[in-house]
Write a protein that binds this ligand. Structure first.
Ligand code: HEM
Length: 274
């Protein structure tokens, strides 16, 4: 919330009982243990030198590279410090929500100096991963002009399989049986290996097969829709622009005058301040 400072990795503590990661809007965050494992390995070799915020952005860089089969690549400067301020209430109030209108999304991104094009570029990350059904409840009853009815039926089917299960964001990553039952025309797109970070988000959006309202909302704004078409038509352009926007995101700095440090463990806020 206050820059790329790894505050999202902090656990609840007596001093701070409600950190960012507890905000409902952060329901999708995961892999905290993996980041802690990486930090422990780095601390082992090189104690007190590499911040959790640098580890987090290196992990994002490497994940983007690996998940795109090397198509997305960028260098990140090191030297971030870890922040101490981590508030669930602030995260809930300031992070974009999947129920937002396109104007709310645009205003939210503008507050951090990201424009409409960058909003569209970064939303393309939804070509991978999952969303809990609670993150797209409204889409389960949305009219056909907003969501492909066959896809809506597929989502409804998935969401009835447990209490708030997570469903893949990209129909291409769905199991073959489910796709052949609900969307037989899409079976040729089902992949054996899931989570390929590419421009399929834009194709899916044009075909009304995205799960989040916030993603569909991009289609309701002339400039944003233009960019959806642009990135659907040009996969290489998106790879490069996504790398650039993710790098920009990683450079969001803490408010002027904030103190930062290098934590020993990413989940615990004990570190000397600089
Ligand atoms: C435009 C504003 C955005 C909204 C409203 C939004 C909303 C969401 C929601 C609701 C989920 C599912 C959470 C869950 O139910 O588990 C999600 C997942 C995800 N989002 Fe976003 N998101 C936005 C922007 C971004 C950006 C900028 C990125 C990265 C560049 C991103 C990457 C992801 C990824 C990778 C997942 C899947 C996570 C997983 O598999 O666990 N999103 N997003």
């Amino acid at each position: 919330m206050q820059g790329c400072d790894a505050s999202v990795l902090l656990d609840a503590s007596p001093e701070n009982p409600h950190p960012e990661k507890e905000a409902p809007v952060n329901i999708g965050l995961a892999a905290f243990d993996l980041l802690e494992e990486i930090k422990a390995a780095v601390e082992d070799r090189c104690p007190g030198v590499v911040s959790c915020s640098d580890i987090l952005i290196y992990a994002a860089r490497d994940a983007a590279h690996a998940l795109s089969n090397g198509n997305i690549h960028f260098d990140v400067p090191a030297g971030r410090l870890d922040g101490l301020v981590s508030s669930a209430a602030e995260a809930q109030a300031e992070l974009p929500d999947s129920t937002f209108t396109v104007q709310q999304l645009i205003d939210n991104f503008a507050r951090k100096d990201f424009d409409v094009e960058e909003l569209v570029i970064l939303s393309g990350a939804h070509s991978i991963g999952v969303g809990h059904c609670s993150s797209f409840t409204g889409r389960l009853t949305a009219p056909p002009e907003q969501i492909n009815p066959a896809y809506r039926n597929l989502l409804n089917h998935k969401c009835h399989q447990g209490a708030n299960p997570a469903v893949v964001n990209n129909v291409r990553d769905e199991d073959y049986e489910t796709v052949s039952k609900f969307m037989p025309g899409f079976t040729s797109r089902v992949r054996k290996i899931s989570d390929f970070l590419d421009n399929t988000f834009y194709h899916n959006n044009l075909a009304r097969i995205v799960s989040f309202n916030s993603d569909w909302q991009l289609m309701t704004h002339t400039e944003a829709r233009g960019h959806v078409h642009e990135y659907a038509d040009n996969a290489t352009l998106w790879d490069g622009d996504f790398a650039e926007s993710l790098l920009k995101l990683s450079k969001l700095s803490m408010p002027a005058g904030s103190k930062g440090g290098i934590r020993k463990k990413c989940s615990i806020a004990t570190h000397p301040l600089y």
